[in-house]
Unconditional design. Structure first.
Length: 313
């Protein structure tokens, strides 16, 4: 018998990554015909596409004719960008420019995922109209990506978001979840950054914002330009680690707050809080409380399973 395939089509790049998986799931579960593409981890679930291969990108977009493209693929680790600037620029800038051109060719609405690191963190909260001033090369490549997608396709939405967490395949997939081992192993003290102010944001919430933006756009062609979305709980990594410990009834006395600005690695903005009122005024948004979201994300990685009884019953 015929399977009813939804008529609204969305293509998601980076669908194997932390955010991309959530975006794919969100559209797929809300009556969109979603196709995800990835590279190293693509098969068997997703299309394997090298975004630097302009012919492959052209072919999938012309074959599938998406109404919407959500561009999640990026090199988003600031220290990796510093050490591999050319590769990062190829993916974050050149591939994004090409994708924007191809999207324009089929009349697709492109949502380009950007970052709060386009700001220097000296005068938060930041509105979409505030002048960017990235401190590190990652922020610079993402800002350059914003510029080239808007130059190549004015029907684009740029969505800036902060540090992400969610259902990870490995703890290292998120700068938030990677702290869980240090929290769990309380027999050795762990230094935690207590300088940089962050706004941890659940990938499910970002995925919902992408879908809501796409659906609003289908009804209203004026939906384009730059938007901000973020969780609204301000926390340093030390405070996140304490909240994680609290969520699982684990001790936190071994966690040590470090209040100096970090001296190693790429420069980070002290507080790049995003003002999200533009999307909120459109009636777009979703926020999962951090403790609930982090518990759901991390309980499969709990080492001492006896804690589950106290946490969940």
């Amino acid at each position: 018998e015929d399977v009813d395939i939804p008529s609204r089509r969305v293509l998601i790049t980076g669908a194997t990554g932390l955010l991309g998986r959530a975006v794919f799931k969100e559209f797929n579960e809300n009556n969109w015909n979603a196709v995800g593409c990835g590279y190293r981890r693509a098969q068997p679930r997703f299309e394997q596409i090298n975004l630097l291969d302009s012919i492959a990108v052209h072919d999938i977009i012309h074959d599938f004719q998406p109404h919407v493209i959500v561009h999640c693929a990026a090199e988003r680790r600031p220290d990796v960008v510093e050490s591999q600037p050319d590769a990062a620029s190829q993916l974050n800038v050149a591939a994004s420019a090409n994708l924007a051109k191809e999207a324009a060719g089929v009349g697709a609405f492109l949502i380009y995922i950007s970052t709060d690191y386009v700001f220097d963190g000296t005068s938060p909260p930041y509105k979409e109209t505030d002048v960017p001033n990235p401190l590190n090369l990652y922020g610079k490549t993402k800002l350059e990506g914003e510029k080239v997608v808007l130059e190549n396709n004015e029907e684009t939405a740029v969505l800036r978001i902060p540090v992400l967490y969610g259902e990870v395949e490995r703890l290292e997939e998120s700068a938030v979840t990677v702290m869980f081992d240090k929290v769990q192993f309380s027999n050795k003290s762990a230094n935690m950054d207590h300088w940089q102010q962050r706004f941890p944001t659940n990938v499910k919430d970002v995925a919902a914002v992408c879908r809501q933006l796409a659906e609003k756009r289908m009804l209203d062609p004026s939906i384009k330009g730059t938007f901000h979305w973020s969780g609204n709980e301000q926390m340093t990594k030390y405070e996140m680690a304490c909240a994680i410990a609290d969520a699982f009834n684990l001790p936190s006395s071994h966690l040590r707050p470090i209040t100096d600005s970090p001296v190693v690695g790429a420069l980070r903005p002290k507080n790049a809080q995003l003002d999200c009122s533009k999307l909120e005024m459109l009636g777009i948004g979703q926020r999962t409380p951090f403790r609930a979201g982090i518990r759901e994300s991390l309980w499969p990685f709990l080492v001492d399973k006896r804690w589950r009884q106290t946490v969940f019953h």
